[in-house]
Ligand binder design. Structure first.
Ligand code: VG1
Ligand code: CO
Length: 543
């Protein structure tokens, strides 16, 4: 099978967003589209030559085809060994772990996360580096620049690799190793958590329900929760990965995981109800009669993590993305550990982990993880919660209410305005930017603006600067409004408005979140004129 050099022409739209390159499947299916981007990675990352490369994806439509192309190109670009998950499946956190475990030079993760799949859905690609984390902004920029001038790519023609058969196959000089994509990840989880205690907790009659949403976590949940921890088979719902995710939207939140919210409200609800997203890096946590907001989940894990075997030494530091609720900051203060505020997207946490300054971090978008890997990790969060429940003997509700009584409560919501013309989105952002210049000192009812600006971030490890990371209006400790444009959408522009309100009065701890946040939504409209400028009366999604 010959290595061929194929001539090509650049596309110019291959600029990665918050989490890699994400486009409609039809865009990826254009001639040489995927090849151009892959070759740009191989050209820019010339150090990959002679090294191992991890390849896997979330199983969505076009996953197998993309992996076939990636393997053939890796072999033609001097990669010594490709490590690929059986059936082309690797969850994002499992892929990140494998890169580290096998000391690979990097990894290709094919996913568009929770975005709908199928021929009319989305596809995507993330390139992760040797640390297991996503390529930095600077590296992605170099790859993008290269993709704009690319003239040729290298591929082994007629390559025929069976990714369903475990073992080593050879392609030119390259060894293709097809592995069980679950085993190493499951062993990692076992090393972090008290599996015996969780097993006892389940044996004592506690119940668990995990919804894999027909995406990549099915086989992981089956192996770990059912086969290893002894949960009954019906504890895992929608456990078989499907190319179209069963037509669903594997984005675990109050809207797309509505059945779980309803289940949690029943008197006979399981003790822990959870779900993950398309590529296994997000998590949603509910208990009987309660939904745990991602910001609260992060804060509670920070509070209890030292009770779990992998974290007995305590926390080195915590971090959250800027829009994420500041609940974890309070716990960090109580524990006297560093607390970092980073731009949206997991790549900003990676440096802090590598520098040993971080143990736990999270985002409002249902992402939580720890230093065990360099991506957010859905099943890790579920197991951490299970272990906290088993270790404390308390219910989700008891734990959350105790947390609110001790630290106060951060009411939180995100309002998404999807599919906007980009001119409208820009007008809204400009309006708030202009307003921000005059907001400091201004009072809205009981709240006074203490800071109004655009967030930028100086990486404390490598000194790099990320600008333009979202507009914020801060009312001291009491409240916050954040507005930014999404970097993962594939149709039009998406604006995200984040609202946060803090209360520590005993009487203010059990309000309805929508009611608690209504005054802030009002102020946001007054400052940014979203409804007026977009013609949308209400957000398309509230989570
Ligand atoms: C969104 C979330 C962000 C998350 C990113 C990738 O980005 O807000 O917190 O890191 O998705 O998550 P944006 O730019 O659309 O707001 V995933 O699960 O797609 O890897
Ligand atoms: Co995801």
């Amino acid at each position: 099978m010959p290595i061929r050099e194929i001539s090509t022409r650049p596309y110019n739209d291959q600029k990665p967003g918050t989490a890699g390159l994400r486009k409609k499947v039809a865009v990826f299916q254009q001639p040489h589209y995927l090849e151009n981007f892959l070759q740009s990675i191989f050209d820019v990352e010339s150090g990959l030559r002679g090294q191992s490369l991890v390849i896997g994806g979330d199983g969505r439509y076009y996953n197998r085809e993309a992996i076939r192309i990636a393997i053939a190109m890796a072999a033609a670009n001097g990669i010594a060994r490709v490590i690929v998950g059986q059936g082309g499946l690797l969850s994002t956190p499992a892929a990140s772990h494998l890169i580290r475990l096998r000391r690979a030079g990097g990894g290709l993760i094919f996913t568009a996360s929770h975005n709908p799949a199928g021929p009319d859905g989305d596809f995507g690609l993330k390139y992760n580096v040797a640390s297991g984390g996503q390529a930095t902004e600077a590296l992605t920029a170099r790859i993008y620049e290269h993709s704009r001038t690319i003239q040729r790519y290298r591929i082994v023609e007629g390559a025929d690799i069976d990714i369903d058969r475990r073992g080593v196959q050879k392609l030119e000089e390259c060894e293709i190793e097809v592995i069980d994509g679950v085993a190493d990840y499951a062993a990692l989880m076992q090393s972090l958590f008290d599996f015996d205690r969780i097993r006892d907790w389940l044996r004592n009659g506690h119940r668990l329900r995990f919804d894999a949403m027909h995406a990549v976590t099915g086989p992981y949940a089956q192996r770990i929760l059912v086969e290893t921890l002894g949960a009954p088979p019906d504890a895992v719902d929608n456990g078989s990965p499907l190319e179209d995710f069963g037509g669903g939207h594997p984005d675990p939140n109050l809207i797309y995981a509505r059945p779980l919210v309803e289940l949690a409200q029943r008197a006979d609800a399981p003790d822990l109800i959870a779900a993950s997203d398309g590529d296994g890096d997000r998590n949603m946590i509910l208990g009987r009669g309660i939904f745990v907001s991602p910001g609260d989940s992060l804060a509670l894990l920070a509070e209890h993590l030292h009770k779990l075997p992998g974290y007995r030494d305590g926390l080195r530091g915590v971090a959250r993305s800027m829009p994420t609720s500041r609940a974890v900051d309070r716990v960090a203060r109580a524990l006297n550990v560093e607390c970092h505020e980073t731009p949206t997207g997991w790549k900003f946490f990676t440096q802090l982990f590598d520098a040993g300054r971080l143990t736990l971090c999270g985002e409002e978008s249902f992402g939580t993880s720890s230093s065990h890997t360099r991506e957010k990790d859905g099943l890790w969060a579920v197991l951490a919660w299970l272990n906290v429940l088993a270790a404390t003997g308390r219910s989700v509700r008891e734990l959350v209410e105790a947390h609110w009584r001790r630290f106060g409560r951060h009411y939180y919501a995100r309002h998404d305005y999807e599919g906007l013309p980009s001119s409208a989105a820009l007008r809204v952002l400009q309006t708030l930017t202009d307003a921000n210049a005059h907001l400091v000192g201004k009072s809205f009812g009981e709240w006074t603006v203490t800071q109004a600006d655009e967030f930028s971030y100086r990486d404390p490890v490598d000194g790099s600067l990320a600008v333009n990371q979202g507009l914020r209006v801060i009312f001291g400790e009491r409240a916050r409004i954040v507005l930014r444009q999404s970097g993962t959408g594939t149709e039009g522009a998406v604006l995200r408005l984040y609202l946060e309100r803090y209360e520590n009065r005993e009487t203010a701890l059990d309000w309805n979140p929508a009611d608690a946040l209504a005054p802030l939504a009002h102020i946001a409209e007054e400052c940014a004129h979203i409804a007026e400028l977009t013609g949308r009366r209400a957000p398309s999604l509230v989570t």
